[in-house]
Design a protein around this ligand. Structure first.
Ligand code: GUN
Length: 292
């Protein structure tokens, strides 16, 4: 039976480390890291996520602000808000919650954020930095997955990592991170031929496709480490719903050496890594200020 990788506990430790770092920065400089989240519209899942971000940011000693904009806000107004946040020295991290309404172009908005305040790591400059191994901001979910993998003790060098899902938010940055850890990386997706056979070759299997239970135990190599990024809400009968991952946990746990549960695996790591990125942004801003 696989070891259960406890993301909830690891995220709590990481948030404690960040809180200690915030205090050290404040004691030395009087600066508190500032995180501003911009949320557009009323998507319930985004509202919950943004509330949790605010709560955890404050608990770690950050200055946390949220701009709530109506779903029909003109793109130009959103860009003007980002310009103001870019110019505000008390704001170290800016996050625009995705998805955006259809009339707003994601890329235009993301690339308007100062890359040094882009704590999501979505700006083209940060994507480029990650791809060539320069220091920058790395997207929070894959950063959390890598942290869990490292803490699980799975050997990374030379391991075959299969990532199922090619999104800009998870799959592609995860591939860059694992490549930098000297894994041999394969990115699979919905059109990959014989996905099951490919997954069976994975020492490290990262599932990020948003298909509940797609990966069953017989797709998992004996002794593999499985990271399940999926968060899918399914009907549990009697008018109830429940959260499941992209991996069928019960059967996969029979073969894996270690596996993340859903909930309580990757999910809690995302906000912890966001706070870690924001502390890093504040320290770097401080470093630039003391040099000029
Ligand atoms: N929506 C879902 N996940 C994320 C994330 O990590 N960052 C942002 N900005 N929006 C999201």
């Amino acid at each position: 039976m696989a070891e259960r990788i406890d993301g909830k506990a690891r995220a709590a430790m990481l948030r404690e480390d960040v809180a200690a770092g915030v205090q050290t920065l404040f004691d030395a400089t009087g600066v508190r890291p500032g995180l501003t989240v911009v949320i557009i519209g009323e998507d319930p899942a985004s509202q919950v996520y943004v509330r949790n971000k605010g709560r955890m940011a404050e608990a770690a000693g950050f200055v946390s602000n949220t701009h709530r904009l109506p779903a029909d806000v003109p793109e130009a107004d959103l860009l003007a808000i980002i310009d103001d946040l870019n110019a505000d020295d008390s704001v170290h991290g800016i996050l625009v919650q995705l998805p955006l309404p259809d009339h707003i172009d994601d890329r235009t908005v993301i690339n308007r954020i100062d890359p040094d305040k882009d704590v999501d790591g979505f700006h083209t400059v940060n994507v480029g930095r990650l791809s060539i191994g320069l220091d920058g901001f790395v997207p929070c979910t894959p950063l959390g997955c890598l942290d869990l993998l490292k803490h699980s003790g799975a050997p990374l060098t030379g391991a075959h990592a299969v990532i199922v899902g090619r999104s800009n938010i998870v799959g592609k940055p995860m591939a860059a991170l694992l490549l930098a850890e000297h894994c041999t990386v394969t990115i699979a997706h919905s059109r990959t031929r014989d996905l099951a056979a490919l997954c069976r070759t994975a020492d490290i299997l990262v599932a990020a496709v948003g298909r509940p239970g797609l990966i069953s135990g017989d797709w998992v190599k004996e002794g593999a480490t499985v990271i399940d990024v999926g968060i899918n809400r399914i009907d549990a009968g009697e008018g109830k719903t429940r959260l499941v991952g992209d991996v069928d946990f019960e059967s996969a746990a029979q073969r894996a050496a270690a596996i993340t549960p859903v909930p309580g695996g990757v999910g809690p790591m995302t906000i912890a890594c966001l706070l870690s990125n924001t502390l890093k942004a504040a320290k770097r801003a401080r470093g630039r200020a003391s040099q000029s």
